[in-house]
Ligand binder design. Structure first.
Ligand code: SME
Length: 166
């Protein structure tokens, strides 16, 4: 029963993120809308943010939670940089046991990082920290990978627009 309840929560959250992304209109606002809905709907998500790839660095975009010292992370560094380099979701049940971990808050116990990939290229990633150990299940991964897929075309569009006006 508890598992069903969790799955329903994830499904309802995906519906709310989908609606918020549609309403947001443009890709940059969609990132902020998705972050806001995820933080509001999921009690274990203590810190929710999106990093956007800029050259070889991940630059912090919209987030909800305490300010992070890590506003620019080179690909390959930290759990964020590892997920971008591997182009794969990384779930860390105990951040203090992972030598790659870049600390954001002493309360953080677990983390999930989900790359936002468009046409095979990493454009950014969703990063979520929890104050609960091993907070991220297969259902969280499924939810967040669906959200990343939802955000990818809009993020691609704003990055293309930004680079053509540079
Ligand atoms: N923990 C991340 C750094 C970002 S903060 O969690 C916001 C990492 O190890 O890459």
């Amino acid at each position: 029963m508890a598992d069903n309840a969790r799955l329903q929560d994830h499904g309802a959250t995906l519906d709310k993120v989908t609606a918020a992304v549609r309403e947001a209109g443009d890709g940059r606002r969609a990132l902020a809308a998705a972050v806001g809905v995820l933080k509001q709907q999921m009690p274990d998500y203590t810190w929710v943010g999106i990093y956007v790839l800029d050259g070889n660095d991940l630059v912090l975009g919209p987030f909800v939670g305490k300010p992070s010292p890590h506003v620019r992370i080179p690909v390959g560094q930290g759990i964020c940089g590892a997920a971008a380099a591997e182009r794969a979701t990384i779930v860390v049940d105990d951040v203090n046991a992972d030598p790659r971990y870049l600390a954001c808050s002493v309360e953080t116990q677990s983390e999930i990082v989900v790359p936002i990939v468009h046409e095979g290229r990493v454009l950014g990633e969703i990063d979520i920290d929890s104050d609960r150990p091993a907070a991220f299940t297969a259902a969280d991964r499924t939810l967040l990978e669906a959200v990343a897929a939802l955000l990818a075309p809009g993020l691609h569009a704003v990055r293309t627009a930004d680079s053509s006006t540079d």
